[in-house]
Design a protein around this ligand. Structure first.
Ligand code: NAP
Ligand code: G4F
Length: 329
């Protein structure tokens, strides 16, 4: 029998790469989609299957992490072997503006889903495995390099909510003997990255500058450092976490960090432009509390999961710039 997976956040960057991966492994993939007044499934267009198609292996369900009754219904319908909880209000700056909603979706949403799974497992009497999308933002102000033993020091409502999600996951694992893994993922990007995250904002602007559609790029703090990898590599790690004999918590990172300034130089360098001629600092993009330096130590993932990132920083930047040059054209 082929396996079945449920992905919350299937319409997001990671959800789309994870769906491709699981479909390629023969899974039936169920995804939770928020109702929106416009289409929000563009990242899934290439794998979308019409509901009238017989034997389709990608099935979308309306639902929201703020609505437990719907979550319960979707789990009962999908009867998943694995649940990947990727759904979240994932923008750090926005979490300062919508803190309560962020906590509801990211922290309490995780609790809701775990609790639905707990009842479902009891009801059906077989194991279901759960992946929780934790974040390097949970380390916040803790000095680098950060690994599974580093104490959390969250610096935003988003990060605090992710810490709560992490501990709900640990507690449900211990209290009810459930197979639950926490991924603690450092920043991962791709041509499918949301346009308001800094990497994509930069590469999208480069495409538009080259096409004459834009001549300025407004940014905030250029000194922060991030450990940026490729999203396609990271979803492979999520899957591997759920294939282990025992559940655990894993950092996934490249082990290299660059500042936003360095990202700008690399990205504008791809098209022989000097970023300093285009970038304007706008304080509206500063955060009330910043995370200065994230650099991950993924030794445990390498040793236990055999996971290593395959895409270098330079290749990632080039991939995103090339994509956005074409898009702007
Ligand atoms: P993303 O592109 O922002 O996608 C987030 C997904 O969550 C979207 O599908 C979104 O739906 C959905 N969502 C938002 N609020 C929801 C709600 N109330 N109920 C149900 N679904 C909801 O994020 P991503 O980059 O793919 O990241 C995936 C997960 O990993 C997130 O939990 C994020 O916090 C975490 N994470 C990401 C990174 C990273 O660098 N990318 C690093 C560490 C952890 P819409 O499409 O309708 O908006
Ligand atoms: O691209 P960012 O918005 O990503 P951030 O805050 O690191 O969060 C991302 O990675 C986390 C993993 O560590 C995820 F959990 C989270 O869901 C999300 O995917 O900002 C990166 C850095 C920050 O220091 C920010 O202050 O870039 C700086 N920055 C400078 N100018 C900017 C801008 N960030 C954004 N979004 N927009 C700017 O104009």
């Amino acid at each position: 029998m082929s396996k079945s997976a449920l992905i919350t956040g299937i319409t997001g960057q990671d959800g789309s790469y994870l769906s491709e991966l699981l479909l390629s492994k023969g899974y039936t993939v169920h995804g939770l989609v928020r109702r929106s007044s416009s289409f929000n499934t563009s990242r899934l267009d290439h794998i979308y299957a019409d509901p009238h198609e017989a034997g389709r292996r990608l099935v979308l369900h309306y639902g929201d992490l703020t609505d437990s009754t719907g979550l319960r219904r979707v789990i009962e319908k999908a009867r998943p072997d694995e649940i990947y909880n990727l759904g979240a209000q994932s923008h750090v700056k926005v979490s300062f503006e919508n803190p309560e909603y962020t906590a509801d979706a990211d922290a309490t949403g995780t609790l809701r889903l775990l609790d639905c799974m707990r009842d479902h497992v009891e009801h059906i009497g077989r194991e279901v495995r759960f992946y929780q999308a934790g974040s390097s933002e949970m380390f916040g102000a803790a000095p680098p390099p950060q690994n599974e033993k580093t104490a959390f020091y969250p610096r935003s409502p988003y990060a605090v909510s992710k810490v709560a999600g992490y501990w709900y996951a640990v507690n449900y694992r211990e209290a009810y003997n459930l197979f639950i893994a926490n991924g603690i993922l450092f920043n991962h990007e791709s041509p499918r990255r949301g346009e308001t995250f800094v990497t994509r904002k930069i590469t999208r602007a480069i495409g538009r500058i080259k096409s004459g559609l834009q001549d300025k790029l407004f940014l905030g703090n250029l000194e922060a450092k991030r450990d940026w990898g490729f999203a396609g590599d990271y979803v492979e790690g999520m899957w591997r976490m759920l294939q282990q004999n025992e559940p655990g918590d894993f950092v996934m990172a490249t082990g290299e960090a660059y500042s936003i300034r360095e990202f700008l130089a690399e990205a504008f360098g791809c098209v022989d432009l000097d970023w300093r001629k285009y970038v304007v600092i706008d304080p509206r993009y500063f955060r009330p509390t910043e995370v200065d330096f994230l650099l991950g130590d993924a030794t445990k993932a390498r040793k236990t999961l055999g996971w290593t990132p395959t895409v270098s920083f330079r290749r990632l930047v080039r991939m995103m710039v090339d994509h956005d040059l074409q898009l702007a054209e």
